[in-house]
Design a protein around this ligand. Sequence first.
Ligand code: GLN
Length: 479
Amino acid sequence: MNLNELTIKQISEGYRKQEFLPSDVVSACLEAIRKKDGEIHAFLEVSESAWEEAKQADTQVKNGNALPQLFGVPMALKDNIFAEGTKTTAGSRMLKDYRAPYSATVVQKLKNHGAIIIGKTNMDEFAMGSSTENSAFGPAKNPHDTSRVPGGSSGGSAAAVAAHFVPAALGSDTGGSIRQPASFCGIAGFKPSYGAVSRHGLIAMASSLDQIGPMAKTVKDTEILFRAIAGKDVFDATTAPVDSEVHEKALKDTVFGIPREYMGEGLDPEVEAVIRNAIKKLEQAGAAIKEISLPNSSSALPAYYIIVPSEVSTNLARFESIRYGHRNHEAKTLFETYTKSRSEGFGAEVKRRVMLGTYALSAGYYEAYYVKAQKVRSLIREDFSRAFVAVDYIIGPTTPTPAFHFGAHKDNPLAMYLADVYTVAVNLAGNPSLSLNAGFAEEEGKKLPIGLQVIAPFMKDLALLNTAVKIEDLLKSAI
Ligand code: GLN
């Protein structure tokens, strides 16, 4: 096995046994990027200092020093996460030349644990999208079939892991942007509980839903990363500690709920077959399976597409070309400077949401749209609370279809929004949720990965990861 194909766990074990050095792993990753990223386009920038850092890390491994768990582990960051001094574009022309003035809390934590950041990954502009086709710098491709999208908006991070450019990456998830690309690329992706991980240093999309989370080759690796980045942060008042008590529970003592609304109309039969097979395996392992209902599921997408554009329109107001962002220098008045700069700097999807949100928040329509959507949000949260009285976890598909072809939803934003039909409700409710690979569908001679979504009660992140590791082991033996 090549060193760039190892998991975090294998890399750390290798260092401890002195089988190889950080510079060996980092150079294997950089070599893979050099060879294949011309085609995949997972990265927007590759670090120039990674190699130097790895060389310095070598000494500590050679000396047999006690090493933190992420020591010498190469990682990639979605390009909306600040790492001091690195270009941070959020996939937008607006921030084409912007450099992060400080490091996000998560980046600081990764560095404290010894990780080596080797680049910034491609994404849909300001994290709006499900395919990376909204990136101002051209899309990333799915390593399983390069005629298909890697998913989005953290598609670059997912493709980088699936193509073995890095063992792991961070993404952000506002409505599915970690889980959906993880599903499309056949890796594990975890969206933590709202507030479990600091958002300080993340370029905001919709602040009441955004969460940073890990994407890796195995669920175990996402757990290692989650433990490293989670926790209360003085720079983010919404952070709180997760429940640290994890009662070890065997699958045979676990009750899984399958939402009726996630298994019906709109679900691709190939995806359904893989999910049903995973459920069967859990049953064979002795787990209890219960059909449940999340009755307000069909209102999740409509509520999401009022609340998110509303928050987007206010968060993106700061990009007016004077304090931040692309500037049109021909403009003659202040108003023209704003309008021309924003027209040139933002892409179509961002403009669509800024306009929708401004409309939904306007004095005359605020009650009818924004307030109503917030009420629906409460109902959705109650759906989950009620379900978790009867079951330990909710499982179902992450996405309704496998990865789609480029251009498939080009002229139809609504069809693109449907890619997140099973993921957005979780963000509205704030619960933790993970996608792990459950198998493959065969299309046009290519094997396309299918993700299983596992949702847990609020702040039960560690218990969820613990159970998801067991599910992954169980399914792996069957794939
Ligand atoms: N695809 C969804 C959207 O466009 C989710 C985005 C996200 O999670 N950042 O809003």
